[in-house]
Every structure is written in C-alpha cells, then in structure tokens.
Design a protein around this ligand. Structure first.
Ligand SMILES: CC(C)(COP(=O)(O)OP(=O)(O)OC[C@H]1O[C@@H](n2cnc3c(N)ncnc32)[C@H](O)[C@@H]1OP(=O)(O)O)[C@@H](O)C(=O)NCCC(=O)NCCS
Length: 127
C-alpha cells in the first residue's frame, strides 16, 4: 500500500480520525467508524497506530479509552475488531485489559511478511 493509499484509507469520509499529540508531535492516531452499514451500524470499529518512537508509553491505551467513550457518545452499543493478528500480543493484551473478548479465531487468515500464515482474532466488547 502506498503512503497516499494508506492516508486515504485512514481518513476516509466514512470514519472519524483522531490524533494523540504532545507538544505538536503526533504520537498516535485512530479512526472510529461503523463496523457495518445498515443493521450492523450500531457496532463500532476502530483502528489504532502508535508512532514507533512512542510505543509502550500508554498512547494506545489512552486512544482506546477515548474511542470507547466517544463511541458510546455517538450511540454505538458495542465495538468489534475484525482482524487482530494472533501474534500481536501487545494489542491483544491491551484489548483484553479493556474488556474485549475473543469471539473467534480465523485460521491462517493473515500472511505475515516474515513468519507466514498466522491466525487472526475477532474481538468484541459490548458497552
Ligand atoms: C498495538 C499498538 C497500537 C500498541 O500501542 P502502544 O501505544 O505501544 O500501547 P500502550 O503503551 O498503550 O500499551 C501497551 C501494553 O502492552 C503491554 N505490552 C508491551 N509489549 C507486550 C508484549 N510483547 N506482549 C504483551 N503485552 C505487551 C504493555 O505492558 C502495555 O500494557 P499495560 O498498559 O497493561 O502495561 C502499537 O504497537 C502499534 O501501533 N502497532 C502497530 C499497529 C497495530 O498493531 N494496531 C493494532 C491492531 S489490532
């Protein structure tokens, strides 16, 4: 994916995009959107990224906490993560600590660039 494609995806008009910043520096970003259209639009979906040099400082926890509060304010009643890579133990630890549970495991759904076929998790939290 090119930088332009990634930016277009992250800031698509179908979602709200936020940044975590300190002293003018962007330390992280997330988006919030409906997970599905129509009958599934009451379930939120988010994506989060922390800058490489700001990892392990609680930035993603702060963004996720903000997103859960904002999703509730927007009227969403649950949040779903559709594709959490099973080897992403940092993210899984974080989502579980915020009350998400794993609903299912998609076998070898992701081809990791270095380790190859890897499971992906569907994680869910009701508000
Ligand atoms: C996943 C990601 C968003 C986490 O961001 P972060 O700002 O470093 O996360 P935080 O500092 O808020 O929290 C990290 C937590 O994981 C823990 N942790 C760190 N390394 C870990 C590991 N290898 N295994 C398990 N837990 C780990 C930390 O102790 C911390 O938990 P705590 O708050 O209970 O102490 C970041 O690594 C990232 O941008 N990754 C690439 C994109 C991505 O994977 N997004 C999520 C997709 S589901």
């Amino acid at each position: 994916m090119t930088r332009a494609d990634a930016l277009a995806y992250w800031t698509n008009p179908d979602r709200e995009t936020f940044v975590a910043e300190q002293d003018g520096a962007v330390l992280g970003t997330y988006y919030l959107k409906p997970n599905q259209l129509g009958g599934g639009a009451h379930v939120a979906n988010c994506g989060y990224m922390t800058a490489a040099d700001a990892q392990n400082r609680g930035i993603a926890r702060a963004m996720a906490t903000h997103s859960l509060g904002h999703a509730k304010e927007r009227g969403f009643t649950a949040m779903q993560f559709n594709f959490v890579i099973a080897s992403n133990t940092r993210a899984i630890h974080l989502w579980e600590s915020l009350g998400f549970t794993t609903l299912c495991r998609l076998p070898a759904a992701f081809i990791h660039p270095t380790t190859g076929p890897t499971d992906a998790l569907v994680m869910f939290k009701t508000f």
